[in-house]
Design a protein around this ligand. Structure first.
Ligand code: GTP
Ligand code: MG
Length: 249
């Protein structure tokens, strides 16, 4: 069933942060400028660089900016889960999920919303995708691009999800989709939340569309991606397959 027009959606942009002090406020400003129906929810895991303090301070004079300051149970996946739950509590009809480091450019959000709400199509999730015609990962080194390609191939084979960019953390969710996949029960503690939610959406046969995006390198700060996290990602996908085979998800 097509959703309401994008102009009537309450769009909550969820942005998990860990040491993103140089990135977060300019990004929040850009997101809020997309329209009066936009809210920004920053989910910070008590960043040592004080990201949460900057957001807390800015939120005092900006009623459309919200902070979820987490001090326990840290991790990208847990922060993402709590962010989705809070976004639904805020009354979101559409939830955007994106990184704070300017890799995901706000200019694509209206395009993603248009795709989500296109008449006559049943789409419950739109991915900002590097894997479809027009999508680009050009600013990344060859090695990182190769890693992404291998990971995509592996995930598509293991999970059978019908999309080209299984690693995209730039996504536009219909609130009903998040409720249907019981987002509050998300169990991935780390970045594998991206694949867990994608898999659960595909399992329920909810329509998934991809719009091309040009992925940018992070503007400021350091990546949280390590070899350990990368390997954990591969085992997390195996675990998802196993849980599905044994009928537990
Ligand atoms: N709240 C919270 N956010 C996190 C955590 N780890 C990463 N993030 C945020 O999640 C987003 C993605 O993390 P990145 O470090 O950019 O990881 P990546 O995009 O795989 O790696 P790069 O492309 O190299 O930047 C960023 O906005 C981070 O600040 C965490 O433990 N808690
Ligand atoms: Mg990043």
């Amino acid at each position: 069933m097509p959703g309401p027009a994008s102009t009537t959606d309450l769009v909550v942009c969820t942005v998990p942060t860990y040491n993103e002090a140089a990135n977060i406020l300019p990004l929040a400003k850009e997101l809020l400028a997309l329209g009066p129906n936009f809210r920004v929810l920053v989910i910070d895991d008590h960043s040592p660089d004080g990201t949460w303090k900057l957001v807390e301070e800015a939120a005092r004079s900006e009623p459309r900016l919200f902070l979820l300051h987490r001090t326990a149970d840290k991790g990208r996946g847990r922060a993402g889960r709590d962010g989705f739950v809070r976004a639904l509590e805020l009354g979101a009809t559409v939830v955007i999920e994106m990184d704070a480091d300017h890799s995901h450019q706000p200019k694509y959000i209206p395009v993603m919303l248009e795709r989500l709400n296109r008449r006559g199509e049943e789409v419950g999730l739109v991915l900002g995708s590097r894997g479809v015609v027009g999508g680009k990962d050009a600013h990344r080194g060859l090695f990182r691009q190769l890693l992404t390609k291998c990971a995509n191939l592996y995930i598509r084979m293991m999970l059978g999800v019908p999309v080209r960019d299984c690693n995209s953390g730039f996504r536009c969710w219909r609130a009903d989709t998040l409720r249907a996949i019981q987002v509050e029960k998300t169990f991935s503690p780390g970045p594998a939340i991206v694949q867990e939610l994608l898999f659960k959406t595909a399992q329920r046969r909810i329509g998934i569309a991809e719009v091309p995006i040009e992925f940018q390198n992070r503007l400021h700060g350091q990546s949280t991606l390590t070899l350990r996290i990368l390997l954990q990602g591969y085992t997390a996908v195996l675990k998802l397959r196993w849980l599905a085979v044994t009928g537990r998800i």
